[in-house]
Write a protein that binds this ligand. Structure first.
Ligand SMILES: Nc1ncnc2c1ncn2[C@@H]1O[C@H](COP(=O)(O)OP(=O)(O)OP(=O)(O)O)[C@@H](O)[C@H]1O
Ligand SMILES: [Mg+2]
Length: 316
C-alpha cells in the first residue's frame, strides 16, 4: 500500500489537511483505520466532515469490501522476522509476523525482554537474511532496555553495533497516558522512518500499577483495549510487526498445572494475534508454547538466551 498525500483525498482542502497533520493523521492509511469520533475530537473537524473524509480515504485505498482473494494477496505481503532460534521460528510459523501483534507472556526473568532486544537487531537485516529491512521503535515502560546488550548481540552476530543502535528509536513511557500518546505518534513516525518493528515492553505494567482495585478494572480494561487496537491497526496500515510483553498473575482457580495466567484478561487475549507463553525449563533452557492462536498449532519450542541473543536449545 502506497502512502498517499492527504491533499488528494476527496473533501480535504489545505486547511483541513493541516489540521489532520497537526493531530498526527498524516496518511490516508492512518485516517482510514482510526475511528471517526477520535479524529473529530483530536482535529476539531466536525464529525460529519470527518465521516466523509474517512470514507474518501477508504475509497482511495480501496479497502471497504475486499474479496477473500484480495485479502489472501494482502497477506502474501506479510513478512516474517527471524527470532534467532529456529525452534522458535517454526513455532511461530516462520518468525515474527507483520500485520500481526505478537504477545510474549511469562514470569520475570524468563526472557521476554531478551527476545525483544534480539528482534531489534534481527529486524534490521535484509529480508533474504531473515529480517524486515527496517528500523525499530521500542516503547520501554520499565526502563529495562539495555543498549549494551543490543551492542553485544549485534557484535556477536558480526554486525555493526553502532549502526544497529542508531536504527532503534527509544521512547521511555512514564505512565499509561504517556504510553497512549506515544502509540498515537507511531502512525506518523513509523511510515516516515521505515519502522518495521514496534516493541512495547511491557504493555500492561503501567495499567496494573495505576488502576488498582476492582472499582477501576473496567476503566483500565477500556483504556488498555483502545491502546491495543491502535497497535493492531498500525500493523495492518503499514505492514509492521508489533511485539508486546505481558506478565503473569496468580490464577486462584487453577487446581493443577501452571498456577499462573496472563495478565490483562479477555481484552489482552482477544487483541493479540499470537500469544506466546514462556517458561523456564531445566539447565537454563526456556520453553515457549503458542496459546489461543487462530492458525498456529499448540506446540512447544526450546530455546536459550546467549550472548548472540536467542538460540535453539536441545532437550533438558
Ligand atoms: N548476555 C547474556 N547471556 C545469557 N543470558 C543472558 C544474557 N543477558 C541476559 N540473560 C538472561 O536473561 C534473563 C533475563 O531475561 P529478561 O530480562 O528478558 O526477562 P523478562 O522476561 O523480560 O523479565 P521481566 O518480567 O522482569 O521484565 C536473565 O535470567 C539472564 O539469565
Ligand atoms: Mg523484561
Amino acid at each position: 500500500m502506497e502512502e498517499s498525500d492527504l491533499k488528494n483525498l476527496p473533501g480535504v482542502g489545505p486547511a483541513t489537511a493541516t489540521k489532520l497533520k497537526n493531530a498526527g493523521f498524516t496518511t490516508a492509511e492512518a485516517i482510514s483505520v482510526t475511528p471517526p469520533k477520535e479524529i473529530s475530537e483530536k482535529t476539531g473537524i466536525g464529525f460529519n466532515t470527518v465521516l466523509s473524509i474517512v470514507n474518501g480515504a477508504r475509497e482511495t485505498l480501496g479497502i471497504d469490501f475486499m474479496t477473500a482473494e484480495d485479502l489472501w494477496k494482502k497477506r502474501q505481503d506479510m513478512l516474517r522476522c527471524t527470532i534467532g532460534s529456529e525452534n522458535l521460528n517454526q513455532l511461530m510459523g516462520g518468525g515474527i509476523e507483520t500485520q500481526a501483534m505478537t504477545e510474549l507472556i511469562g514470569e520475570y526473568g524468563v526472557g521476554k525482554t531478551q527476545i525483544c532486544l534480539s528482534l531489534c537487531v534481527r529486524v534490521q537485516q535484509p529480508v533474504e537474511n531473515g529480517g524486515l529491512a527496517g528500523k525499530v521503535v521500542y516503547i520501554d515502560t520499565e526502563g529495562t532496555f539495555i543498549p549494551e546488550r543490543v551492542f553485544q548481540i549485534a557484535e556477536t552476530l558480526g554486525l555493526d553495533p553502532h549502526e544497529t543502535l542508531a536504527n532503534i528509536f527509544l521512547a521511555r513511557a512514564y505512565n499509561s497516558s504517556h504510553q497512549e500518546l506515544l502509540t498515537e505518534h507511531l502512525f506518523k513516525f513509523c511510515p516516515e522512518n521505515n519502522v518495521k518493528l514496534v516493541v512495547v515492553d511491557s504493555m500492561i505494567g503501567h495499567f496494573r500499577g495505576e488502576y488498582v482495585g476492582r472499582e477501576n478494572l473496567s476503566e483500565r480494561q477500556q483504556k488498555l483495549n483502545s491502546q491495543l487496537h491502535k497497535l493492531l491497526r498500525l500493523t495492518e496500515a503499514y505492514n509492521i510487526a508489533v511485539v508486546i510483553t505481558n506478565q503473569v498473575q496468580a490464577n486462584p482457580t487453577a487446581f493443577f498445572g501452571d498456577p499462573n495466567k496472563p495478565a490483562g484478561g479477555n481484552v489482552m487475549a482477544h487483541a493479540s494475534t499470537h500469544r506466546v507463553y514462556l517458561r523456564k525449563g531445566g539447565k537454563g533452557t526456556r520453553i515457549a508454547t503458542v496459546i489461543d492462536s487462530p492458525y498456529l498449532p499448540e506446540e512447544k519450542a526450546r530455546f536459550k538466551i546467549t550472548e548472540g541473543g536467542v538460540e535453539d536449545a536441545g532437550e533438558e
